[in-house]
Each structure stands twice: as C-alpha cells, then as structure tokens.
Design a protein around this ligand. Sequence first.
Ligand code: ADP
Ligand code: MG
Length: 891
Amino acid sequence: MAWYQIDVDEIFKTLRASEEGLLNEAAEARLAQYGPNRLAEEEKISRLKILIHQFTSPLIYILLIAAVVTAFLGEHIDTGVILAVVLLNAVIGYIQEYKAEESVRSLKKMVVPKARVLRGGKEKEIQSERLVPGDIVLLSSGAKVPADLRLFRAAELNVDEAMLTGESLPVAKATEAIPAERLTPGDQVNMAFMGTVVVSGRGRGIVVETGAKTILGTIAQEVREAGVVRAPLQEKIGQFAKAIGLIVLAASGLLFLIGILIGEKIDTMFMTAVAAAVAAIPEGLPIVVTITLAIGVARMARRNAIIRNLPAVETLGGTTVIGSDKTGTLTRNEMTVRLAYDGTHTYELTGTGYAPRGEILQDGLPIEAGPLNHLRPVLRIGLLCSESDLYEENGEYKIDGDPTEGALIVAAMKGGLDPTQERERYPLVAMIPFESELGYMATLHRRENRKFIFAKGAPERILDMCAGAGAARGEIMKIADQFAAEGLRVLAMASREAPPDQETLTHDHLASGLLFAGLQGMIDPPRPEAVQAVARCRKAGIRTVMITGDHAVTARAIAKQIGIVEEGAEVLGGKALEAMDDEALFQKVKGVSVYARVAPQHKLRIVQQLIRHGEIVAVTGDGVNDAPALKAAHIGIAMGKSGTDVAREAADMVLTDDNFASIAHAVEEGRVVFDNIRKVTFFLIPTGVAAILSILGAVLIGVPIPYVPAQLLWINVVTNGLQDVALAFEPGEQGVIDRPPRNPKEGIMSRLLKERTVLVGLIISAGIIYRFIETLNDGASLEKARSVAVTTMVFFQFFQAWNSRSETESIFRIPLMSNPFLFYSLIAAFFAQLAVLYVPAFQWVFRTVPLTLTDWLEIAGTAAVVIVAVEIDKWLRRRKGGDDLLQPVPL
Ligand code: ADP
Ligand code: MG
C-alpha cells in the first residue's frame, strides 16, 4: 500500500510516531539510520578545471609562442624565464580562482533550508537536512515542503506542485486516506511532496520519506543547483579586459614594426614586444573583481545581510530607491494594544511590552466590572481567533507566532481573561488562517452545545461581514481613523452564532451576518536604528518608500515618525492603485513615498514603474506572493527571521535581523565594492600603459630598450600580482554613504580614470626613460642602466598603488595601516626586487647588477613625482567642486 492509502493512525503506528512528534533522541537515532534528508551530494569544486583554466588565456598563448620562438633562437635563458612566468602565473591564478570559487560557494551555504517541526510536543525550527521519517512538520503559507509528508491537518491548505507535476494551479489538500490504486502524485491530495510550495493556509503532516526516497529524489536525481552565475559586472570586466588586451596587442605589434624600421634586431624586438604585451594586459582584472565581490559579500554577512547571488553586491551600491515593508523592518514588531473600543466607549490600556500586567482605563480611571461586559467579547475574540501563544521564559514574556496576535492575547489578559481557561471553554473546531491578501482571519468554536464564529482583521474587511453595521459603520470607521492617526495598527473583532452541526469554516460563512464587537489599536514603535538609517539613506541620495498592508492613516503616522515623509504627504492606497493604469501609476511613483493597504501584486507594479523611471530598486518582502516583486526588483530582499522560504529563494539578499538598518549598511558595502574595483583598475591600467609607452619612447628617441624582456615579465607577475589583489581589501573611504548613488549607466572606465591613465602613463614612462638615460650618461653599463630602469618601474608601481587608494582624496589622509594587505604586499614586492638585484642566480637570469645608495635615492625621488602629480590632480578636482567627480561620464 502507498502512503496516501493508509489511515494516518496506521501510519503513526508504522512509523512509531505521534502527533506530538518524535523525541530528540529518537530523531537522532533515525537520522543515523536513514541518513540526512537531502538530494544528491553537491558537486565538488573541480581543481583540475580551475588548473586547466589557467592555461587557456590569450596571455598564456602569447607566452607559449614566445617560449617556442626563443627556444628556436637558442635563447635558453629567455625560454626558461618565460616558462617560469607561465608556471608562476598559473599558480597565482589557481590560488586566486580557487579561493574566489570557494567563497562564492559558501554563499549558498549561508541560507540553509529550515523546517518547523514538533519534537516532544514542542514547536521548533530545525535544518531540513535533519528531518527523519516520523517527524511532524508544520506547514504555513510560503513554506517549501521539506520532505514527503502524509497530511493529517489541513486548514485552507493549498500547495503549488508545478515543479513536480507541471500543474500550474495550486492543489487543495485534504487529510482522509484515499483507497484508489496507483494514483499519480498530483492526485494524492493528502500528501505534500518535497520541493513543492505552500501558497496558502496551514497544515500538519508526518514525514514518510526523506532524501533520495522522496518523489523529487526518485524522479530528479539529476536535479542540482544551477551552476554559479557570473555577475554582469564580471562579464563587463571580462570584456573590458579583453578589449584592453586587444589594444595592447595592437600596440605591441606596432612597437615591433617601429623597432624593426628603426633598425633593431628582429629577435630582440619580438621578445620586447611580447614582454610589453604581457606587462600591459590587465589579466589580473577579472579574477580580482571576483575576489572584490567575495570580500564584499563577507563584509555584508558580518552586518546581517546575506547575499544570495554575486551580482547583487555590485547592484546594491547603485541603489536609488528602497521599498521597505513597515511592520518588523522599519518598526520593531513588538505590538502593544493601547486603545480599545466596544461600540460605545473607548478604553485605554496601560502597561508595556508583552507582560500581561496593566489596567484598562476609561476616562483615565480603572473601569468597573459593568462596562467590561461589552469589552469582554472584543478581548475574547482577540484571544481566541488566533494562532499564537504567549509564554514566559526567565521572567520574560514572549510570543510564539504573530506579534499582532500576541498583543491581543496580552490585552485579553489585562482584561482578566485566562488563555488556558478560555481555550478550554471554547475549543477550536475550524479555522481560516490570516493571510495578508485576505486581511482577516476567522475561527469556529464550540461552546457546550453551541457553535460560534469569531473573526478579526482590518476594520473595512470585518465591517463588510457585518450586515447590520450599516448605520454604525461611519461611526466605527471614524473611531478606527482616530486610532490610526496616532500611529496605531487597528483590528476589528466580530462574531456570530453558527449552526450546532457546523464542522468546517469557509469564506461563505463569513459573507454576511456577523455582529460587530469592537476595535483594538496597537502601537508598534519605529526602530530607532531605522530612523537613523532612513536619514543616512536620504543623505546618500537614496529614497525610502514604505509599502505596507496597514491602514493609510497608520502608515502615514509611522512614516512621519520615521522621517520618510513630512506632514500631510500623500499616501497611495491599494484601492486607488488598483484603479490606476500603469501610465497613471508611472506618474505617481516619483512623488509618493507611502503605500498603504497594498497587496503583493501592487508591490510588483510599484517596483516596475520605479524601474521605468530608471531607478535602481531594492525591495523587501516576506510572503509567498511577494516573490514576483522580489524578482522584478534589482535587489529583492527577504526577511531571514519572519520571511517565508519562497520569499527567501526569490531574493538576492536575506536580512538575518529583518532590520532596515542592515539594508543601508549593505548598500554602503556595495559602494565600497564598486570603488575597490575601480581602484584596482586605477592601478593596473596606467602602469600597463606606462610599460608600453616607455619602450616606445626609448625606441623613438633612439636609445636602447630600457629592460630585458625577462625583467618585464618578472614585474608583471610578482609586483603587479601582489598589489592588485591587495587593493581589493581596501576598507570603505570616509563618506562613501554621503554621496549620491553612482550613475547606473556608468562603467568602470570613468572620464577621471581615462584622464588619469594618460597623466600617470606619461609620468611613469618619462620617469623611467629619464633615469635610464641619466644612468647611461653617467657612463654606466647598459646592464646597470636597465637595473635602474626596472627598479624605477617597480617604485612607480608602489606609488601608483598608493595613489589608487582613493580617486580624489589625498593619500596622506588615508591611514597607512587601514589596509594592511596593501602595506605588506608592497614590502613583499620590495624584497622581491631586492632579490632580483642582489641574488647572484637572479642577477644571471635577469642580467641585473647591484645599485648604489645614490641610485636608490634618485630612483625613489623620481618615482615620487607620480605621487606629487596625482596629489595635485586630486586637489584641483576637489577644488573644482565635487559634483562632476561624483557623476563621471559613462564608458
Ligand atoms: P503589514 O505586515 O504590511 O503591516 P499586514 O498585511 O500584515 O500588513 O496587515 C494588514 C492588516 O491586516 C492590518 O492592518 C490588520 O488590520 C490586519 N491584520 C494583521 N495581522 C492580522 C492577524 N494576525 N489577524 C487578523 N488581522 C490581521
Ligand atoms: Mg504582516
């Protein structure tokens, strides 16, 4: 017999389980027996593939050709050097790429799938991997089913099984056994299958199969996570590096021709051109970009933002609008009922937090028993029409479930109702759980021989169900608005008696005929850090937009407290939004910063219209139906604590603390990442240009070429290779968050970068040629002059690496050790150069000779010119006014 054919009680017996769930020890034992609940093992990083990759770049081809040519010419030292460079290059590239790949992978591991289970009667969250047959799993809207379950409770439970069955409509689930033979999974409506998604309702099921034994496991052994996607930035940089590479090749070819025309020897010119090309091609750039992104990801994780895919890191820095949920993200989601209304009177509730201590006041005085008779039903509905619980832990009161419902439980207790007693007197029979789209929830209760329906939710929705409320409706809504104007979240309560034989609850039962009971209004104070973050965002040119399911008046009051809008700002409601076409909405989104009573599909439309304005949009979401908006936005942000699996999977970033402030931090880190990639380019491109220019200059002037090819190759691999990576570790410059977002169309090669490339390229090549000629004029040997030239080049690179730490800020204002990596990489490069000059074996290979103290001083002095020049350039630009610095022209 298949699981769906068997009665649940039978299954409990077979699997030695109960509705209370397994005990932890039993579950551990089963885990050892059945193995972890996961599909196929993850693919290992292929070391071989990465290694092979190191030998498949144009740069390597050039080098290999050069090796063959030199071998033919009998230049065995050169051949050796070239092969050594190829090897060293491969080793460095391999290490870098492996590290980068590893950190990209660990991204995926940061968000592990979790499941809500009952273990020993207690609800808790465990890693889905640890589920075993017999576990009881709790399902609610937005959850991904973590294993194959036989359901034994289902309230409005609808599951999307498209990924398994191809059926696009959600399937309504039931709990009774089905006798039919050989049903396809799609027809087994009392089962919930691994990988499918709960779109609405609640349910409970017992795990019957895990891991590879599940339907998903059997039909989809090959289902694996899609491979690592490359960020558009990585693509862009890859192309950029290729383009530069081609230019460099052309330039080297030209160099070769000019050299020959001027009368240099062909083989010398060939090797020189090759070496120049190798020195100038920014082959380190793409991999350094990946490393920079990975560093950004790690930094963001430390600030409670987990990036799910690499492209988000880059995009984040350019964010111009953040669309944020209100409840829980901008506010603390710690609700306390402050005001209540019973149809005639308004009452105040005292006390703070979830501690059920406080009084109910009328006109400032504790109320008598009499009036409480009217308020009691309001409080009772709030208490019983609920899925949540209040519990005490170490003297602190906490909510298991929804904070909104927690507040109502606490209010009821302040009114003298005892939760346990009440639940015994009114046992729950059926339920329609709360969904944001619905705006209300309802329950069916037994009371001795009678049945009652309780409903609570947004006042408009509840009043729609109260047929007789017509006359009073206006009055009630006025009170509700008064509550909302104080920033309170308002819920209405209503009830009616049901036929004694009613056992189920559907929306039809709620269509009309309910009796309005009253209102409760609760505060949910803004998060202080969110208030600061909103202000910081504003300074950074980022607009914060509040998108909430709450009432317009409540939303405006809170938005004002948080500093999102000023007094009297326009609030766009879901109804009005519904009535607008895209064009009208397009006009609106520019000015409106608060959206109230919106449903998830509205959120999607808001995001789409903002994007049409050219904004870079980040948006938060937690429910199932938020997924489309999360995907449509440039950055979808899901809540790690309160969000659903579906939202998390659709998101680019997950907040571990659900806090708006963490979004602001992530944006800041995103900017740092982009800056650092620029810094690496500022270093690599101008120094590469200088290598070619200096050779060309020497050839044109008619002096010998200032380096032997081996020297250039050495510089390229050792000094460059160390420093570009170090720049990826730069901490953020001061004020990254105080400037406007970068122009979304802006590429890496800003005008500033181009101009500075020319400036620096000219200074470096001139400086090298100058030192080279000076040394020759002093009567030194060619070897000596070349040793000087190469050392000058190395020093210029040191200084340009420092220059690159900021585009416009003086390097003397950046603390030396704020990037220790750079400092140590410079020291290492310096020692490498010392070795070249003083170790005999290296002297032989690189044809170098030792330098005198005067040489060293002259070299350092000459190279320092590049610092002075760039400092002056930075100063001029700062003085000209920051604005055009911040908005460089597109590539
Ligand atoms: P948000 O999370 O954006 O603040 P929700 O969609 O959760 O908005 O809530 C919208 C409205 O639904 C609230 O203003 C409130 O009136 C009502 N509501 C919220 N939570 C519940 C609940 N648990 N049960 C019944 N009604 C609720
Ligand atoms: Mg909510």
